[in-house]
Ligand binder design. Structure first.
Ligand code: UYC
Length: 233
């Protein structure tokens, strides 16, 4: 009913994040009128300085719909997503944003590792993995951007800063940390790629991945990076 749609519209605009996210499935279910409400919400969101998690999730829902008008709307206004990438970044992260909008979390994770190798330089690109010394030198803006992309397109669940919150919550105890983010269960490492959860069903902090094959130092460097204790530049 129109009354219900009006109330969902208000919920999407004004309620808590949890309620905003809960308004989306019934709006999608409603069809055309629901799509219009979500598109209006995204138009308004675009005027805000900082992207919101509700806007990121709205775009993901709309992107998954095969509907001419919705697709033209996305192409016209949100082809590159809701996160505007700073020109101060050393690497172009737009491919990650595209994968995240499509909810292809496995691709987004691969691209994240790849782009971090690009950020580290020629040697890391050839090696295809990172030294912790390279991570220490990552610019704050680049790590904050990667983190924001993961956060905005995961209902606020994924990203290094989320991992860091959990890591601090277990007093930096790695053995307590791994099972919390489902990288280990029953003391056995989760196997890459098949055993990881490539969806929003995953626990908070599950993605993006940092391979532990060569030890914990890269993860430690990520968790200790000044990006998480410095405000955005
Ligand atoms: N893998 O187990 N991982 C790979 C993870 C480990 C292993 C890539 C994460 C434990 C091998 C990513 C976990 C381990 C390869 C991750 C995990 C192990 C590989 C691709 C839970 C054995 C290479 C990028 C902590 C006991 C062969 C990359 C292959 C790859 C991530 C084995 C992203 C988070 C200690 C042999 N693992 N990795 O860095 O399958 O190569 O590609 O962490």
């Amino acid at each position: 009913s129109l009354e219900l749609l009006e109330s969902l519209k208000g919920q999407l605009r004004d309620a808590s994040l949890k309620q905003q996210l809960a308004a989306l499935p019934p709006l999608i279910e409603a069809g055309d009128l629901g799509y219009q409400i979500i598109m209006d919400f995204l138009r308004t969101a675009k005027e805000q300085a900082t992207p919101s998690i509700a806007a990121g999730r709205s775009l993901q829902w709309l992107a998954a719909i095969e509907h001419q008008e919705v697709q033209s709307f996305i192409n016209e206004h949100f082809a590159t997503g809701v996160v505007s990438l700073s020109p101060e970044c050393s690497v172009d992260y737009s491919e990650i944003q595209t994968a995240l909008i499509q909810q292809d979390f496995e691709l987004a994770d691969r691209l994240t590792l790849q782009k971090m190798c690009e950020l580290a330089g020629e040697n890391a690109i050839k090696r295809k993995w990172l030294y912790f010394t390279e991570v220490n030198l990552f610019p704050i803006i680049d790590l904050q951007t990667l983190d924001q992309l993961w956060l905005i397109y995961s209902e606020g669940k994924f990203g290094f800063s989320k991992q860091r919150e959990i890591w601090l919550g277990v007093s930096k105890n790695w053995e307590k940390f791994w099972p919390r983010i489902a990288w280990k269960s029953d003391n056995i490492w989760t196997r890459y790629p098949g055993e990881f959860i490539w969806s929003l069903e995953a626990p908070v902090g599950h993605l993006p991945l940092t391979n532990q094959l060569r030890g914990v130092r890269v993860m430690d460097a990520l968790m200790n990076h000044p990006a998480w204790t410095t405000t955005a530049s």
